[in-house]
Design a protein. Structure first.
Length: 353
């Protein structure tokens, strides 16, 4: 377990945060700008002089104002904009901390980490020649190669454009599991939480307000994750190879969801995020329509979300959840009700992995 509680006062801002989380997988720190996410991450790293306590398993890292110094914590930290050594090659940037690891300390496999982040073909380039997304991948690789006990990522994608974000996400997905390092990931982007996190710590006005598994956080229509882009669902499965016609099969629970232009870097599993507004419902399979994906579902519940709109909470074969947003008028016309079997229609181009 990782147990933490911190208090810190600044003019106009007070951090009062506490949580206890399993020391595995990815924990997202999510909340609006200025709520204290970065400050909490810096407290974990030991970069802020906060009152409080921090335990990593049985080891006490901080108690009151006594704490293990930053450089002895063995925590990796990646900032919003990667600060690489511009005059060094990617290889030498990656190897910088790795070569300096003390004797006797477990040394991560260099080539393995390079492979996880797809950096093989960049190794001999100078760091100055990299794109923003490549730089962040190198920064994450460099942090992992120092054999951290905890990896702290502070909005690592926030400086990237949408395209670069989409490209890097699949590389980060599953990284905590592969590397066996617990990750704390600061973001205010719901898409990143939904793609990457196992659990979420919600923050508001300097306080940690709620801790939930990703499933719990996405199971309530009033989730803070849904405020900006509306409700969404995550489906866990596997990406298979792209077909010659440009479609990529994403397979889950013996069913296939078709994607276009999917990205498949190395990883085993994959997640697909589906916005509820991209899902329609039909009472029977529809012929003569361009929508590629038509999946049988069972309606579990209907929630009234906004004036005139209904969020249909559906169960896919195999038990995974899919949310569909339909107008109240359509719900009424179709006679939607709990327990009903129907078909979820999702355009392949609406799906990104
Ligand atoms: N070095 C600093 N000195 C004084 N106040 C600061 C400092 N850094 C941050 N703050 C203030 O502390 C509060 C919390 O900031 P913090 O950066 O932790 O929020 P955040 O949730 O990470 O925001 P964002 O998502 O915009 O990065 C804000 O009110 C901010 O203005």
């Amino acid at each position: 377990m990782i147990k933490a509680q911190f208090q810190l006062a600044r003019p106009g801002f007070r951090l009062d945060a506490a949580f206890a989380q399993p020391a595995t997988g990815v924990t997202a720190l999510f909340g609006p700008s200025g709520c204290g996410k970065t400050t909490l991450l810096r407290c974990l790293a030991g970069l802020e002089k906060a009152e409080g306590e921090l335990w990593l398993g049985e080891q006490c890292i901080q108690q009151g104002r006594r704490s293990v110094p930053v450089h002895q914590r063995r925590f990796g930290y990646v900032f919003q904009e990667a600060s690489l050594f511009a005059h060094l090659s990617v290889r030498n940037n990656l190897a910088y901390g790795w070569r300096r690891l003390p004797k006797g300390q477990p040394r991560p496999d260099f080539d393995e980490v390079v492979g996880w982040l797809g950096l093989e073909h960049l190794l001999d380039q100078s760091a100055a020649s990299l794109s923003g997304g490549q730089r962040q991948r190198v920064a994450i690789g460099r942090a992992l190669l120092t054999a951290p006990r905890l990896l702290l990522l502070d909005e690592p994608l926030s400086a990237l454009d949408t395209q670069a974000k989409r490209e890097i996400l699949p590389w980060i997905e599953g990284l905590a599991e592969r590397a066996g390092v617990p990750v704390f990931y600061v973001t205010h982007a719901p898409e990143e939480v939904e793609r990457l996190a196992d659990r979420v710590i919600f923050m508001q006005d300097g306080r940690t307000t709620r801790m939930e598994s990703l499933q719990q956080a996405m199971a309530r229509p009033d989730s803070p994750l849904f405020v900006e882009q509306g409700a969404a669902s995550m489906i866990d499965g596997h990406l298979n190879d792209e077909l010659a016609d440009g479609r990529t099969p994403f397979v889950f629970n013996d069913q296939t969801l078709w994607l276009v232009h999917a990205r498949k870097p190395g990883g085993k599993g994959a997640r697909v995020r589906v916005l509820a507004s991209d899902v329609s419902l039909a009472l029977a399979p529809v012929a003569g329509i361009s929508v590629l994906n038509q999946l049988p579902v069972t309606l579990r519940a209907l929630h009234s979300v906004q004036e005139g709109r209904v969020l249909a909470d559906c169960e896919l074969n195999g038990g995974q959840r899919l949310l569909a947003e339909v107008s109240a008028w359509s719900a009424n016309q179709l006679g939607l009700h709990q327990g009903m079997r129907c078909y979820a229609l999702i355009k392949a181009v609406a799906l990104v992995n």
